[in-house]
Design a protein around this ligand. Structure first.
Ligand SMILES: [Zn+2]
Length: 593
């Protein structure tokens, strides 16, 4: 204890501190000018004192995989992230970043309804792109302002000028760069000249402070890029010590997946990105690792473990070679709120008929039901493999009924209800919608995926990544499929901490802090964050671990979790006693050097 009272901005007292370095101990944390100035026994003259009795102090969570960057302008308070303890996001993932923008851009998600209503479509929009002028007209009409930035550097200035509540470690998206260079004519291999232009833009984005580049190898436009183009572009990162963050190829282009369509084993996609990293010598964080193999037989824990191990094998090999490779994993598996039971298998009909009630009326008609099935078989509308009746023999096991007019059907899978009624799953789905057009559901791969998830999380280079944007608790798409945010948006970290630490036996709290904060910061080269120590930035979360709770049905809850008591970002209190203070102390964490 110092004899001279040191001036402190904040003093956190009586906390159980898990610092991400030494372990767990009880004590105080002193904070001055955005940084930690003392940990353990700290005394001083604080502006603010927080009594953390009964709370665990951890480094603020560093989300390895985020899409927050494209939502900061509309949700600068970043409620959904910071209210669950996240203080830093590595954003710009899956090939998409807010710059560098060209003549044609992908409209931000906040305009999804306006874009659809301006030019309706049945299956997929004719182009994912709009002229930036059109996007700006829509933005001006809805929000009273428009996109003024073009480069990543200009975007950083915009974001810092506006002020955000969490820190933003920026990636440039290869897809954004490809759109910038090729415009609407992107469904083909690039020319040498176009590649040079892309490399120039990537170089510029890195010079402006990006920490690396992402790619989205299942999505437009990256799905049309030859591997040599990706390799060349990734090669640019080498000079900057940047990181490559690929959404690896699992399905290929997600269109026209007819019944009987074969698909590559996803594992080839992991081997593909490892090859890029190996060839270019650029370090890599593989986005949202998932099982590398499909299974036709019923899943058992043993098969799950075997698939987990086999998926990881080439990554282990790369690590043995000395390559710098890591990956992130999404806590909520592939849960997705539909949110209505009719949302995804009948989206085009909902668009055409105009309401869920009309769809339900037509589903009584045998001819229509048959036609709806033929549409499924045609694969015209993209359906995720887990719930695609054309591709997945287990699709009905992956669809869960959350709310239905007949309560007996709730919290059961479609397969369970079908078995109870002794009916075919497709007929059962139609009947359930006829009975209650507003019935709600969610989907995931429920089939023993837990064992694989554990294998991924337990791996020394596995970290937590949420794969969501930031948002407040209100948004829902007006038009079919009436989307609502993914569960990880609000409760990815609470789910991880409850399932694997508090109520499980997979991780100690110290290990969880490695997965949620220390390792993501380390792998992405984010200095002085992800740990609590003297000199580090004061990004800190105080959690009431026994009281940590997801509010409502987790699959469709857009409530903030309970138990995240305080969150500090750069020494400023952003969450106080479970409420957002409105403070926006976040920084753009540009590349150093
Ligand atoms: Zn992705």
């Amino acid at each position: 204890m110092g004899s001279m009272a040191e001036e402190l901005d904040v003093l956190i007292e009586n906390a159980k501190i898990v610092d991400g370095i030494k372990g767990t101990f009880t004590g105080s944390i002193g904070i001055r000018e955005a940084r930690v100035v003392g940990v353990g026994e700290v005394s001083g003259d604080p502006g603010t004192t927080i009594d953390a009795t009964g709370l665990v102090a951890m480094p603020g969570f560093v989300d390895s995989h985020s899409h927050a960057d494209w939502s900061f302008p509309w949700y600068p308070r970043c409620e959904s992230a910071v209210m669950q303890g996240c203080t830093t996001v590595v954003a710009g993932q899956c090939g998409g970043s807010p710059g560098p923008l060209g003549e044609f851009i992908r409209p931000p998600r906040v305009l999804v309804d306006e874009v659809y209503e301006r030019s309706p479509f049945l299956y997929h929009p004719p182009s994912p792109l709009l002229p930036i002028g059109t996007v700006n007209d829509l933005l001006e009409e809805k929000y009273g302002w428009f996109i003024s930035w073009r480069t990543m550097g200009e975007y950083f200035e915009f974001v810092e000028g506006k002020g955000i509540s969490i820190n933003y470690a920026p990636l440039v998206g290869h897809g954004t760069v490809r759109y910038n260079v090729m415009g609407e004519d992107y469904k083909r291999p690039s020319t040498g000249e176009e590649r040079d232009a892309m490399k120039g833009l990537i170089r510029q984005a890195m010079e402006e402070g990006c920490i690396g580049m992402s790619a989205g190898l299942d999505y437009d436009p990256d799905v049309f890029a030859e591997k040599s183009e990706i390799d060349e572009c990734v090669g640019v990162l080498k000079d900057f010590g940047g990181i490559y963050a690929p959404h690896w190829r699992r399905t290929g282009r997600r269109r026209e997946i007819r019944i009987g369509t074969g698909y590559a084993e996803p594992q080839e996609g992991i081997v593909e990105v490892l090859d890029t990293s190996r060839k270019t010598g650029v370090r890599m964080n593989i986005a949202h690792l998932a099982p590398g193999y499909h299974t036709i037989p019923p899943m058992t824990p043993n098969i799950g473990r075997a698939i987990g191990k086999a998926t990881l094998a080439p990554i282990d090999e790369a690590l043995e070679e000395g390559m710098e490779v890591s990956f992130d994993v999404i806590p909520w598996e592939c849960w997705e709120p539909l949110p209505y039971l009719c949302s995804v298998h009948f989206t085009q009909w909902l668009r055409l008929l105009g309401s869920r009630e009309r769809l339900a009326e037509w589903l009584r008609v045998e001819e229509f039901r048959k036609r709806a099935w033929e549409e499924i078989e045609s694969g015209r509308l993209f359906q995720r493999v887990v719930i695609n009746p054309c591709l997945n023999a287990h699709w009905a096991e992956n669809l869960k009924i959350l709310k239905h007019g007949n309560g007996d059907n709730e919290d059961k899978t479609l397969a369970e209800v079908a078995e109870k009624l002794d009916k075919d799953p497709w007929e059962t789905l139609c009947d359930l919608i006829v009975e209650d057009p507003d019935s709600r559901g969610a989907h995931t791969d429920y089939r023993g995926i837990e064992e694989q998830m554990k294998a991924f999380f337990e791996h020394p280079v596995g970290t937590v990544g949420l794969d969501v944007s930031v948002i407040d608790g209100k948004w829902q798409q007006r038009n079919p499929p009436y989307s609502i945010p993914l569960p990880d948006t609000y409760s990815g970290y609470p789910k991880f901490l409850n399932r694997y630490v508090r109520d499980g036996d997979l991780f100690t709290l110290e290990e969880a802090v490695q997965k949620c904060a220390a390792l993501p910061a380390k792998f992405h080269g984010i200095e002085d964050r992800g740990v609590i120590r003297t000199g580090a930035y004061a990004d800190i979360v105080l959690v009431d671990l026994p009281g940590l709770k997801i509010v409502g049905k987790p699959e469709e809850s857009n409530d903030y979790p309970e138990g995240i008591r305080y969150v500090l970002v750069n020494g400023t209190v952003v969450v106080e006693d479970g409420e957002h203070t409105g403070a926006r102390p976040g920084k753009v964490l540009t590349r150093k050097g």
